[in-house]
Design a protein around this ligand. Structure first.
Ligand SMILES: N[C@@H](CCC(=O)N[C@@H](CS)C(=O)NCC(=O)O)C(=O)O
Length: 211
């Protein structure tokens, strides 16, 4: 039994989709962001960074979205969300998981929380614009790959596709939303057609259009 601390549509959507894909039993615990519960003493005991998500597995709290997803994927190999350890695709899988974590998730933080990255309030807008440009460049590069591949790992679906989908969704607020790139829109549709993904989205109260 897993416990996932979440907020609808936040980065917790990624491990939520993974939990649904692997068919594990889990409990969702809402983090009351309206009251900044992610900075409460109780929550900081789980994640000293005060960020969502946290997964509790065997009484141990794990944080960092990609780490949670990779941990779950390895723990439930029958769900085939990660290539086997000795598969040549394993390197590609690590590459995409870390690339998405660094070049999309971290950059989205500067898009959504620009004041954290600006030394004074006069810089906030330019921090935001620069983040949008970097995100756009990354999405364009991913487009080149997906134009020739069904999934990030070619023919093999993996957790990396769920991870990318979440950021195409977050990109709705960008000046150039990634859904306008056909290969990314098609990929998002393939991911969101999966019953496990639909179930996670619906449980979080997220309706179409997803991206
Ligand atoms: N690197 C972290 C980032 C998590 C993160 O930024 N979470 C956001 C929600 S999507 C959050 O907790 N925001 C609330 C806050 O910053 O106080 C991870 O991958 O878990």
């Amino acid at each position: 039994m897993y416990i996932l601390y979440y907020f609808p549509g936040n980065a917790s959507l990624m491990p939520h989709m993974v939990l649904r894909e692997i068919g594990a039993s889990f409990e969702l615990r809402l983090v009351d962001r309206a009251n900044n519960a992610q900075k409460s003493t109780e929550y900081l005991a789980l994640n000293p960074n005060g960020l969502i998500p946290v997964l509790v597995a065997d009484n141990r709290a794990i944080y960092e979205t990609a780490a949670i997803a990779m941990y779950l994927a390895d723990r439930h190999p029958e769900a085939r969300l990660a290539p086997e350890h000795k598969s040549p695709l394993r390197g590609d899988y690590y590459k995409w998981m870390f690339h998405i974590s660094n070049a999309l998730q971290t950059e989205f933080r500067s898009w959504f929380y620009p004041s954290e990255y600006a030394a004074d309030s006069g810089c906030v807008e330019s921090v935001k614009l620069a983040a949008a440009e970097r995100l756009g460049t990354t999405f364009e590069r991913i487009d080149k790959h997906l134009s020739a591949n069904t999934w990030l790992l070619g023919n093999q679906f993996s957790a990396a596709d769920l991870y990318l989908f979440m950021f195409v969704r977050w990109g709705r607020s960008l000046p150039s939303p990634p859904r306008l790139i056909p290969s990314l829109a098609d990929h998002a549709r393939r991911v969101s057609d999966r019953p496990a993904v639909r179930a996670a989205l619906s449980q979080e109260g997220i309706a179409e259009p997803y991206v």
